[in-house]
Design a binder for this molecule. Structure first.
Ligand code: MG
Length: 249
């Protein structure tokens, strides 16, 4: 069941999501060769708590950290460790918080220093894929119009979309209905409605879309070892179109 949000609830969701957007911005500045994922995680947890919010991922199905950090061929759900970031890496940062009972959720993939041409193209295509999806988040559209726009943009650029993880509704729960695949046929799925709040999150691979989960039970990596990128915004659907909640105020 899709839970529609009132205007007041959307404003509360905006507050949670603005915290996420702010912190991802700060992390973007901190990312440089030599820093470890554990240091970034510790920083972000401290900042979340200073703002009176709660890290949403820590303890979620026993996930041990506040931040998911996925490097290079890691797709999502990487557990922070003491590995130092290297020049040329790409790093996906996925962050969730809870404020006043409402969840915020977003992700970005950022370069570490100078990255190669393929990695640059991947980041560009994956970030634009998210906006291709957002453009479709309108009341005259149906759910898989979002999915189709993302898939056709990504595949048109020679990359692939991950099938195993999907976007989701969000509100008083981190994962609500509907599930939002990043692939599918247009003009299918539920009609989009004012008050839907959705976390859209394409995961884009340079090579095969297939992934596997490592023995830690969390870290998803590409099956062929190719690079992967992940961008996510939480948006509200309004009469006037999509309203991105994960932006810095
Ligand atoms: Mg999400």
């Amino acid at each position: 069941m899709i839970i529609l949000k009132s205007k007041e609830e959307i404003e509360l969701l905006r507050k949670s999501n603005q915290i996420v957007a702010n912190l991802l911005n700060d992390l973007r500045e901190l990312i440089k060769p030599g820093i470890t994922a554990l240091e970034l995680d510790a920083y972000v947890e401290k900042r979340i708590r200073e703002k009176g919010a709660i890290p949403a991922f820590k303890g979620y199905r026993n996930f041990p950290a506040s931040l998911c950090i996925s490097i290079n061929d890691q797709v999502v759900h990487g557990i922070p460790n003491s590995r130092r970031l290297n020049e040329g890496d790409i790093v996906s940062l996925d962050l969730g918080v809870i404020l006043n009972g409402f969840y915020g959720d977003a992700a970005i993939t950022v370069p570490v220093g100078k990255i190669n041409k393929e990695a640059k193209k991947l980041l560009d295509v994956a970030e634009k894929a998210l906006y291709k999806g957002i453009e479709q988040a309108r009341i005259e559209k149906r759910l898989y119009d979002i999915s189709h726009a993302i898939q056709s943009w990504v595949e048109g650029n020679g990359f692939s979309v991950v099938r195993d993880f999907v976007g989701h509704g969000i509100g008083r729960n981190l994962h609500e209905d509907p599930q939002i695949p990043n692939f599918g046929s247009p003009d299918r799925g539920v009609q989009l409605k004012t008050g839907m709040v959705l976390a859209l999150e394409p995961m884009v691979n340079v090579g095969t879309w297939e992934i596997k989960v490592e023995t830690d039970g969390w870290t998803a990596v590409t099956k062929d070892g190719g690079l992967s990128a992940h961008f996510e915004h939480t948006i509200a659907i309004t009469e006037d179109g999509p309203d991105i909640l994960t932006v810095v105020p």
